[in-house]
Design a protein around this ligand. Sequence first.
Ligand code: ZN
Length: 237
Amino acid sequence: MEIEELAGRESYLDRAEGRVITAGDGRLILDRTVFYARGGGQPGDIGLIRWDGGEVAVIDTVRRDGTLVHVVDDEHLPDPGTPVEGIIDWDRRYTIMRTHTALHALSGVVWRDFGAKVTGGNMEEGTARMDFELDSMSQEFGREVERRLNEELVKGYPTEIVYLARTAAVEDPDLIRTKVNLIPEWVSEIRVVDIVGLDRQADGGTHVRTTLEVGEIEVVKTESKGKANKRMKIRLL
Ligand SMILES: [Zn+2]
């Protein structure tokens, strides 16, 4: 059964109605949901699912064998077919969206000004880390990147979500840099997050509409994770 996932196309939606497909063993699967499943370095949403006569807290959202699963900590679950409303913890999600966009902007600035590729990244609510293919990274470098990044964020670059055919995506120079070729062959349509003029990469996550919404960031730590692999930790202020 096809599950309608709304987060990718409507990132600012905080609630949606759907129906239960299956429920049990701490899992709830709906035919339509606004929850984002953990992936691409972005945490899964938490929140609430309620129905006529009950409600349950969602403590995580994950993907299992391709299916979006709401992880719940309760045995009293609605029967299959029950209409429900899912509501995400919007404050948390919105902070994560700001964090995620900050990371992409960071990646764009470090590539543009220092020619360094990203080798990995991860985020929590309001904090994130990103690893770069760099031989060295000093505190001074961190402060310089922080200054340049904040200078860019206030310019208000718009964020656009575009969908490209795989054949076009694998030939896009920006997307090649961010390893679009590692996306499984069976994915025929590639979702691209374009911070227009600053960063462009294949990504499934949720983002704010403009870098203005990110606000200001601080580089809190720089560290070496090995040869040609240096880590930078940031947080939203
Ligand atoms: Zn991303």
